[in-house]
Write a protein that binds this ligand. Structure first.
Ligand code: GMT
Length: 376
């Protein structure tokens, strides 16, 4: 039986939006009818996706409102789409405000639509600590018909932080193997100014403080002191000026490429020997999976869901948060032995292509939908 599914996510660049959009596209290919309900078209959604519809949430800027009520406009749009399109499922990504808007929408309609909430991370690990929001997050989670989280660690944190007892199921993130695979491009190598002889390290993030890009840069300085190396920094965000200043202070400007937001992430990652993600909060770390699928071992911090993605000593290494010499040693342990590097590359591709394969995870979500509908 195919389903009519509404999906709400943050449509801009970011792991949760990417996962929600790719999930919707994959479900549509399997014959389900997908309705994205969001403030703008999710950036990964093409115009040509069959079985896929986009419903834009518009918030009117009446002068009586100091703060335009997006959450209410979203709830209203959800209710409208649930009724008109006869949705079976409303799958919201991120608890705040999406799970609350979905709850409100469900109250507004005379239809037993099932609300599925997927927790992605900062909705719990950051907002969950905010006393002005924690009761609301708990309410949104407990009122959902089913709740999933992107790692076991996020399930545990949600339970502990919010004293939640209702079931939360881990459904890992996935990667699209038609996009993320080792795809070396000579033109890209030339464009970045690489010779093919240096050690290339990559880091992809949205340059928020939690990503600790300064640790990435300081580790790179330790590496670069010992060998010819280049650091590719991909992405943009609030910490970017701080990081530029740090690179200048460390005198490593000619070795660091600030590449900003990029579309051809797989082609860029494929040029690197190792990728680093040294965050202090990370419920999963989608960029780790993208790197692994491109055949790039990752060194990550011992935080959140990162150790569930990287298999320690097999597809990469896990280091204590802030232990930069260990990160440097791990990078050299991978790259100084060509046989080890090759076997880790293969292990990374293998793990990304099995445990986190798109087909497997999409089928898991479908199973969640069917089970929730069967519960009545
Ligand atoms: O990490 C971010 O800053 C973006 C954030 C988001 O909402 O997209 O990412 C969260 O969800 C991703 C997809 O599930 C996860 O891979 C990230 O680990 C998670 N970020 C954090 O937990 C900090």
């Amino acid at each position: 039986m195919t389903l009519k599914i509404g999906i709400t996510c943050y449509p801009t660049v970011g792991g949760s939006g990417v996962v929600a959009t790719e999930l919707g596209k994959a479900l549509a290919i399997k014959g389900h009818e997908i309705h994205f309900i969001s403030s703008s078209m999710p950036f990964r959604l093409g115009d040509d996706s069959a079985n896929t519809f986009f419903h834009e949430v518009e918030v009117n800027q009446y002068s009586v409102f100091r703060f335009p009520p997006y959450d209410l406009a979203l709830a209203n749009k959800m209710a409208e789409v649930i009724v008109r399109e006869e949705l079976d499922i409303l799958h919201v990504h991120y608890a705040i405000p999406h799970a609350i808007s979905a709850y409100l929408a469900k109250q507004m309609v005379n239809r037993d639509v099932k609300v599925i909430t997927t927790l992605h991370g900062t909705d719990i690990t950051v907002l969950g600590y905010d006393p002005s929001l924690s009761d609301m997050i708990r309410f949104g989670i407990e009122q959902s018909d089913a709740v999933t989280a992107v790692s076991d660690d996020l399930v545990s944190q949600t339970r502990e932080l919010l004293s939640i007892t209702c079931p939360i199921e881990t459904v890992y993130n996935f990667v699209d193997h038609e996009i993320y695979y080792p795809r070396y491009e000579k033109e890209m190598e030339e464009k970045i100014g690489l010779t093919g002889k240096e050690l290339v390290i990559s880091h992809v993030s949205n340059f928020r403080k939690v990503k600790r890009v300064d640790d990435v840069v300081r580790t790179f300085a330790l590496i670069q002191a010992e060998c010819d190396a280049v650091l590719m920094l991909i992405g943009e965000g609030p910490e970017l000026p701080v990081i530029r200043k740090l690179v200048h202070e460390l005198g490593i400007e000619e070795h660091v490429r600030f590449l900003g937001n990029q579309r051809k992430i797989a082609e860029l990652l494929s040029l690197s020997h190792v990728s680093l993600l040294l965050s202090e909060k990370e419920s999963f770390g989608l960029v780790i999976l993208e790197a692994m699928a491109c055949g790039v071992p990752v060194v990550g911090s011992n935080i959140g869901g990162i150790p569930e993605v990287i298999e320690e000593g097999v597809s990469g290494y896990i280091c204590e948060l802030g232990d930069l010499t260990s990160v440097r040693d791990a990078v050299f342990a991978i790259t100084k032995d060509p046989l080890k590097h090759a076997s880790m590359r293969q292990a990374a591709i293998q793990r990304a292509g099995t445990v986190f394969h798109k087909d497997r995870i999409v089928a898991h979500y479908e199973d969640v939908y069917y089970r929730t509908l069967a519960e009545g």
